[in-house]
Design a protein around this ligand. Structure first.
Ligand code: NAD
Length: 516
């Protein structure tokens, strides 16, 4: 029997021994830098002349790795291999497939410092942020394994007459594509892929180019666990051209995408078109961006609210879809909260992600650095800058915490996803006004409200229109199996990753009746 699901414990980095384990793992990653990773299709490797290069965001002169820039021909082979593997994979029991997820989880757990070190070096996570992601990756694998076993038991229907048996079986869809973002290139990628395969689908894994080594090592863990060739296929390549090709492909049955709104909506459009030879409507699940707010009421724990705003806004440099980018503060406590937020944010240290105890690492790459810088410039016209400034040229893509106060609810920096360490402080007339401002966005991913007023908390429960609402706590850090995750409106299709219904998205229900 499998033990009940429980969240993977986090590593305590206040202990010297854990810092040392991390440094040993970082040294191992250092030795592997500069290697090349091929596409792996049906167990066969394909390297291309043209390669993708992944760079260390803490040290932009250092190449983390190179990877195949997969061609359309390689992509075609991936669809062939995946459909061929589907024939035998789809008839395996949920239990048999689930055990392979548990095995993958066990491998990653045993090597957790190594996986976390990869995240430190390739995507610039601090030790704590990297460990939390590795734990989330393990949780997704463990949780979906258990959910799959439950799914097998589901579906016995009542009989209409005595001489009739009715049942419903949840069968897989076919070949799916998992397209991952770089910011949760291990956990989200693992979850999107594992959910597909455990239901009997076969998958093409398309990693983000800035996190291609993390993707390659995750794929390797699936292989080492014994997931058969062709059931998962690793297809690195250029987001734009290769991405367009695979999502438009007539042999793609479903697409599981996590990334930006712009790319997500583009994929949704491409996927809607039925290509010659295509026999189905592609199923698309997508989790996109956010413009998340924390509301602060006049009656609450001010210190806790301010610390939480800072943690939610600047954790992983603000590069979480769930990050707080607007603090909406009721006017009575605006000055108090602003002072406290400024105080705590000023204490954050910024530097190479591998530095033990550092508060913030770099942003992911030059594009992000330029985009965030342009929003800082816009913010200077839209609000009063009270912390940080335009970033200075250095060895990595470092941007110190930036805070603007007195930002208008309609300002660009109050409306658009910046995806970096930039926080807008907005004054509200009342709690109701704060809710109205919070909801005045195209997005609807996460939100949080701090209040000791029961009525206001109830108002937030009813009216704060977000997929993940938190009361008197931070708006980041959803846990698998505890806070199913997914957004409303243009934040996505609300697929609720890590939730009890998630796996159903990758199945179709077959209803069967037998007359006895
Ligand atoms: P992105 O949209 O730029 O890229 C995501 C993935 O799509 C990458 O693998 C990329 O190569 C690929 N891609 C790019 N163009 C494509 C195309 N035309 N066809 C197919 N694939 C294509 O996003 P990103 O910068 O990697 O990630 C950051 C974004 O992701 C932010 O907006 C963030 O809010 C969002 N995000 C959302 C969630 C969530 O659960 N809601 C979680 C993490 C990140």
């Amino acid at each position: 029997m499998i033990r009940p699901f429980k969240s993977e414990p986090l590593v305590d980095f206040s202990k010297r021994e854990n810092i040392e384990k991390m440094q040993v793992a970082l040294a191992k990653v250092d030795k592997e830098k500069g290697q090349s990773y091929p596409a792996v299709i049906g167990g066969r490797q394909y390297m291309t002349e043209e390669k993708i290069k992944s760079v260390n965001p803490s040290n932009k002169n250092e190449a983390i790795c190179y990877a195949a820039s997969s061609t359309y021909e390689i992509a075609d082979k991936a669809f062939e291999a995946a459909w061929s593997a589907f024939k035998s994979w789809k008839v395996k029991s949920y239990r048999e497939r689930a055990y392979l997820l548990l095995k993958t989880a066990a491998i990653i757990r045993r090597e957790k410092f190594y996986f976390s070190s990869l995240l430190v070096e390739e995507v610039g996570k601090t030790y704590g942020e990297a460990d939390a992601e590795t734990a989330e990756c393990i949780d997704f694998l463990e949780y979906y394994a258990r959910q799959a076993i439950n799914l097998e038991k589901k579906g016995m229907e009542v009989s209409y007459t005595e001489d009739e048996i009715n049942d419903t079986e949840y069968i897989p869809l076919g070949v799916g594509i998992a397209i991952a973002p770089w910011n949760f290139s291990l956990a989200i990628f693992a979850g999107m892929t594992a959910a597909g395969i455990v239901c009997g689908n076969t998958m093409i894994m398309k990693p983000a180019s800035t996190a291609v080594m993390v993707g390659a090592k995750l794929f390797d863990a699936f292989q080492r666990a014994g997931v058969p060739d062709g059931v998962v296929n690793f297809l690195p390549g250029k987001g734009g051209s290769l991405g367009n090709y695979i999502v438009s492909h007539p042999k793609a049955r479903f697409i599981n995408f996590t990334g930006s709104r712009e790319v997500g909506l583009h994929i949704n459009k491409l996927a809607a078109e039925v290509k010659e030879g295509q026999k189905w409507i592609k199923r698309v699940s997508m989790e996109l961006g956010g413009k998340n707010a924390i509301i602060v009421d006049k009656n609450c724990d001010y210190d806790n609210a301010a610390r939480t705003i800072v943690a939610s806004a600047f954790g992983y440099q603000g590069q979480k879809c769930s990050a707080c980018s607007r603090a909406i503060i009721v006017k009575d406590v605006y000055e108090t909260i602003t002072d406290l937020v400024l105080k705590y944010a000023s204490e954050i240290t910024v530097g190479a992600a591998r530095t033990p105890g550092i508060g913030m690492g770099p942003v992911i790459d030059l594009n992000a650095y330029n985009k965030i810088s342009s929003y800082i410039a816009i913010g200077k016209d839209e609000g009063n800058l009270i912390l940080g400034d335009m970033p200075e040229e250095s060895e990595g893509y470092f941007i110190k915490p930036v805070i603007f106060r007195d930002v208008d609810r309609n300002a660009k920096i109050a409306k658009e996803e910046i995806f970096g360490p930039v926080l807008a402080l907005i004054k509200a007339d009342s709690f109701e006004d704060a809710l109205d401002i919070a909801n005045d966005t195209d997005y609807g991913l996460t939100g949080s409200a701090f209040s000791n007023d029961r009525e206001n908390l109830e108002k937030a429960r009813k009216e704060f229109h977000v997929g993940n609402l938190y009361l008197n706590r931070k708006c980041t850090g959803a846990l698998v199996g505890i806070q199913p995750f997914g957004g409303f409106n243009l934040s996505g299709t609300d697929s609720k990753a890590g939730g009890a219904d998630y796996l159903l998205l990758f199945t179709q229900a077959k209803s069967m009746t037998e007359k006895l």
